[in-house]
Design a protein around this ligand. Structure first.
Ligand code: PMP
Length: 354
């Protein structure tokens, strides 16, 4: 830290992203990326758009908002386009939390929520999950602030039903309830169709996972035109060109190829089911994940030990060193070949141990 750094941020602990190694060819199962390339339509659109990089991107992001609206049967003014869904989350923390409206989120959830709250000096109310990592809906009814709900949740992989989320929405009519649906395409149900009925609902999604575009940084928020206008006020006070031309074009290309996205998600779900069964046979406890990752624990191996042993064998998974998650690992569902490598390595680690 330099002596010039504002006191405000002196004790800030930034979000720690999963490793992005440059040195070795790891099997990368640590950041929930897709093992598949983006749609050829997304790649072609981005390459073509590269020729126009001398021009700023459209600050209205109109074409992509129109494509999102057409896909979801809504209007473009119900969408906001962002630089990754992290940016949508940041805008929402900025817009809807203050001393009178604490940020309310689970104790085990996406690690960026407490970071945004700390960055913006916001009060928080942290709601413990149940022992089995499920959300107790009653704890959010009412929530006493602006709700941030990852659904499905990370790193647990578990989802609430739309009916349960509606209960939270109904119990908090004077608070914004943000539902972060980063992993929704792998087996959960989206509440996006509820935005017209629930003026306090903000849904956030990403192109990083099911659309294989983590490196493009593209996300969006959907909600009433009034909520979207609030977020636009924040966006245009920071960076009206928040999404670059190539990414906007790639997003439109991806949305023109929903069949490709759907097929990839089905493949991931099939692989997930297979790997989950194999790992349970090897003695792992695991949640019934509806995401593109598994959340597992082995009774004979600490989370840290499994993480290290896999790393030595060239496989990266995620281990969170917090007390509640110390025994667990989060493992991205990759290609069948990657998962076979993982299963083989886990088998040999367990054999060595016994
Ligand atoms: N929400 C959740 C729950 C996530 O796990 C992630 C991925 N780290 C994000 C949001 C952000 O994803 P991105 O910024 O790539 O859209």
């Amino acid at each position: 830290m330099s002596r010039f750094f504002s006191d405000k941020f002196a004790s800030l602990t930034p979000y720690t992203p999963g490793e992005q190694p440059r040195d070795a060819a790891y099997v990368k199962l640590n950041t929930n990326e897709s093992p598949f390339p983006p749609s050829p339509k997304a790649v072609a659109a981005a390459s073509k758009e590269a020729e126009r990089l001398m021009l700023y991107s459209d600050p209205d992001e109109r074409a992509l908002r129109e494509a999102l609206a057409a896909l979801h049967g809504l209007t473009p003014d119900e969408f906001l386009v962002t630089n990754g869904s992290d940016e949508a989350l940041y805008f929402a923390f900025s817009a809807y939390c203050d001393d009178r409206h604490p940020a309310v989120f689970a104790d085990i959830t996406y690690g960026f929520y407490p970071v945004f709250a700390a960055l913006l000096s916001l009060p928080t109310r942290v709601v413990p999950l149940r022992e089995d990592f499920t959300v107790n809906v009653d704890d959010f009814c009412p929530a006493g602030g602006t709700v941030f709900l990852a659904n499905p949740n990370a790193p647990t992989g578990l989802a609430l039903s739309p009916a349960e989320i509606e209960r939270i929405l109904a119990a908090n009519p004077d608070s914004v309830v943000l539902v972060d649906e980063a992993y929704v395409d792998f087996g959960a149900e989206s509440v996006l169709p509820l935005i017209r009925r629930r003026p306090n609902l903000l849904v956030v999604q990403t192109f990083s996972k099911s659309r294989s575009m983590a490196g493009a940084r593209l996300g969006f928020a959907a909600g009433s035109p009034e909520l979207i206008a609030d977020l636009n006020t924040i966006r245009c006070s920071i960076n009206p060109y928040n999404v670059n031309r190539m990414t906007l074009a790639a997003g439109i290309g991806a949305l023109a190829d929903e069949e490709y996205t759907h097929r990839n998600c089905q493949t991931i779900i099939k692989t997930r089911t297979r790997v989950l069964a194999e790992m349970r046979k090897m003695g792992f406890w695991a949640t019934e994940s509806v995401t593109n990752f598994l959340f597992v624990r082995h009774p004979a191996l600490s989370g840290e030990a499994l993480y290290r042993a896999l790393r030595e064998r060239g496989i990266l998974v995620r281990h969170f060193g917090t007390p509640a998650l110390n025994d667990y690992n989060r493992i991205t569902v990759g290609s069948d070949a990657q998962m076979d490598t993982l299963l083989g390595a886990v088998r040999s680690i367990l054999e060595e141990k016994s």
